[in-house]
Design a protein around this ligand. Structure first.
Ligand SMILES: [Zn+2]
Length: 144
């Protein structure tokens, strides 16, 4: 239902329901609903469920897009690059060992982090009431 009266923004408007950013991100990281921390956030590897089976929170308003992949590159890169530099500076490992160790590690670390990081991003967006996660949105924002 669209209200025609302009909404007046006060401090209290934003305080209707406290959403803690860190606990929401932690719950999302564990693949759980950012609001209740119980229901499953994902129905497939990177597909979020439509809503929380426990508290009913609608997950569809999230817009994680490319941010999880970007963050995973930043995180894994900051682990892999200094490690490789340190090992190569201190030990001269054979090339085959280099590739046999770094490539699978990079691949598995990226794969393993994608879902938790995406969950954390969805939790962040929910906690900050971004996109459709604001149940009391200001007027004049066109639908996506
Ligand atoms: Zn829930």
């Amino acid at each position: 239902m669209m209200s025609t009266a302009p909404k007046i923004w006060t401090r209290e408007t934003g305080l209707v329901e406290k959403r803690d950013v860190w606990s929401a991100m932690r719950r999302g990281f564990r693949g759980r609903c950012p609001r209740c921390g119980e229901g499953k956030l994902f129905r497939a590897f990177l597909k979020t469920a439509d809503n929380c089976a426990v508290c009913g929170l609608d997950f569809t308003p999230h817009r994680a897009d490319d941010l999880p992949a970007y963050l995973v590159i930043v995180i894994v890169g900051h682990i892999v690059v200094p490690t490789i530099l340190w090992i190569e500076t201190n030990y001269s490992t054979p090339v085959w060992l280099t590739f046999a160790a770094y490539l699978p590690f990079t691949f598995l670390a990226s794969l393993g982090l994608l879902q938790p990081v995406k969950g954390a991003v969805v939790g962040l967006q929910w906690a900050l009431r971004m996109h459709g996660f604001d149940d009391n949105p200001p007027d004049g924002i066109p639908p996506v």
